[in-house]
Every structure is written in structure tokens, then in C-alpha cells.
Design a protein around this ligand. Structure first.
Ligand code: CAA
Length: 261
């Protein structure tokens, strides 16, 4: 059940089929404290299960998407505590969302902020966005995918540069390097992300989920296994009403009416 309000995020449904989750801890530049993460997981899990929702957009403020995990909350923790509680494991719930997700990044996406954005399926950025993995400056390393998802997005040399120097990259370079799909003027970013989300939400949800699952599986598989999985999932979609409808609509030169079945 969606709560009527959350302490650390603002939830809205700006277009049919689209959920917008805005990180909202302005005084801490949306640092991802445990409570914020709980709110984000709670709301995104709700929308992931909702039949009405076809795409989830996660955004922050103009100044910061998120400046990372909450350093003040972590600073005095001991090994036994972070190990036995498996700190950050719960972030996997965001990566496990089956509904398509878009990260709309304005301002800083640093450390866990960059990692949260990389957990989303598509990243779009405002032209003043800045990305970085500055954990090295704190005597640690990225802990939520920065060493794993970043290298897959931009390649070894660029990922190493970011993780070892802590240098930030701007939106233009993030797009050139393949971290970001598109860059928009900062003030248009959220509208553009919602527009993209609306387009995704207008498709067959079952086909979108299948596409997402199959693209993500490529991270874990050889080319041959991946191609086989892709073909088998493609075959399985012939058991859906949406495949019959989609292909009939094409032949009859009309718009498809998806049942998401
Ligand atoms: N955790 C806790 N608080 C944070 C924070 C963070 N990650 N980032 C910013 N804040 C707080 C600041 O402490 C400050 O609070 P006070 O007003 O109480 O002092 C407030 O947000 C505003 O920040 P600044 O005054 O520093 O703002 P600025 O504009 O001068 O600088 C910044 C902006 C460059 C983003 C700077 O805040 C910064 O470097 N933040 C930390 C970035 C970072 O190191 N992130 C990695 C965190 S570790 C991690 O994420 C591990 C992981 O892999 C999951």
C-alpha cells in the first residue's frame, strides 16, 4: 500500500501509467540515508506491483539527484555492524524492480547517487548534471555497483579513472561515454523523462518487462546463452494476447489496444 506521504520522497503520478518518485532531503543534497532508501523501496515496490504503472521515474532536485550514501550516518559504523547487517544489500531491491525505470539526473549524482541512477534502466540528465564515484576520497570504494555497473557502461579505463581519482564528469561527457542516454536542458529534464516514461507506459507491459529482463540477462550470460534466452522469451510472448493484438493491429493498420496479458 502506498503511504499518503513519505518523509524523504515526494510521490506523484504525472501522466497515465507513470509514477514519479522525487528524492526529497534538500538539506543533505538527497544523501541516501536508510530512511530515504526505505521510502524509495516502499513506493517503488508498490508501483512495481501495480497494474496501472508502466514506468517509474526517479529524480532528485535541481541541485542534486543524490550526493551519495549518507556519510554522517555511516562514519562511525564498525566492520562487525556493516558486515552482519550486510549494509547496502537492500539497495538490490531497486535494481530488482521489474517495471521499466528511468533516472532523471539534475545536479550531483555522486557515489551511491550515481550507483542508484545506474540501477535504473535508462539514465537521462540535465545539462548541468555531474557524475562521480568520490568514495576514494573517504578512504573506501563504491559499495552499490560503482565498480561493476560503471565498467559495463563506460569501459575499464574510464571506470578506473572515476573510481581511482574521484573526478566528476559532466553530462556531455556522460552521454558521450555511454553512461547517459540523453541530455536535455536542466529545466526540461523531468518533463522529458515523464514524456519518455509515458511512451514506455503506452506499450504492452508484459513485452516491456520481457525486454527489460532479457537485456539485463546479457550482463550475466555468454552471447550464445543470451541469444538462446532472447529467442525463448520471444517465443513465449506468442502465448500473450498482446502479441496477437499487436500483430493484428499492424496488419489492420490501427493502433493496438494492450491488455497487458
Ligand atoms: N552524506 C551526508 N551528508 C551530505 C552528503 C552525504 N553524502 N553530501 C552532502 N551532504 C550534506 C553536507 O554535509 C551539508 O550539510 P550541512 O549543511 O549540515 O553541513 C549539506 O549536505 C550541503 O552540502 P555541502 O555544503 O557540502 O554542499 P556543496 O555545494 O558545497 O558541495 C558536494 C556539494 C560536492 C556534493 C559535497 O556535498 C560532497 O562532496 N558531498 C559528498 C559526496 C560523496 O562523497 N559521496 C559519496 C558518499 S559514500 C557512498 O556513496 C558509498 C556508496 O558507494 C554507496
Amino acid at each position: 500500500e502506498l503511504k499518503t506521504s513519505y518523509d524523504n520522497i515526494i510521490v506523484s503520478t504525472p501522466a497515465p501509467g507513470v509514477a514519479l518518485l522525487q528524492l526529497n532531503r534538500p538539506k543533505a543534497l538527497n544523501a541516501l540515508c536508510d530512511a530515504l532508501l526505505d521510502d524509495l523501496i516502499h513506493a517503488s515496490t508498490h508501483f512495481d506491483k501495480s497494474e496501472e504503472c508502466g514506468c517509474i521515474v526517479i529524480t532528485g532536485s535541481d541541485k542534486a539527484f543524490a550526493a551519495g550514501a549518507d556519510i554522517k550516518e555511516m562514519a562511525t559504523r564498525e566492520f562487525a555492524e556493516v558486515y552482519s547487517q550486510n549494509m547496502f544489500k537492500q539497495w538490490g531491491s531497486i535494481a530488482a524492480i521489474e517495471t521499466p525505470t528511468i533516472a532523471a539526473v539534475n545536479g550531483f549524482a555522486l557515489g551511491g547517487g550515481c550507483e542508484l541512477a545506474m540501477m535504473c534502466d535508462i539514465m537521462v540528465a540535465g545539462d548541468k548534471a555531474k557524475f562521480g564515484q568520490p568514495e576514494i576520497n573517504l578512504g573506501v570504494i563504491p559499495g552499490c555497483g560503482g565498480t561493476q555497473r560503471l565498467i559495463r557502461a563506460v569501459g575499464k579505463s574510464k571506470a578506473m579513472e572515476m573510481c581511482l581519482t574521484g573526478n566528476m564528469i559532466d553530462a556531455e561527457r556522460a552521454e558521450r561515454d555511454g553512461l547517459v542516454a540523453r541530455v536535455y536542458p536542466a529545466e526540461e529534464l523531468v518533463d522529458q523523462a515523464v514524456k519518455m516514461a509515458s511512451k514506455i507506459a503506452s506499450k504492452s507491459q508484459i513485452a516491456c518487462k520481457a525486454a527489460k529482463e532479457t537485456v539485463n540477462a546479457s550482463y550475466e550470460m555468454s552471447m550464445e546463452e543470451g541469444l538462446r534466452l532472447e529467442r525463448r522469451i520471444f517465443h513465449s510472448l506468442f502465448a500473450t494476447k498482446d502479441q496477437k493484438e499487436g500483430m493484428a493491429a499492424f496488419v489492420e493498420k490501427r493502433d493496438a489496444k494492450w491488455e497487458h496479458k
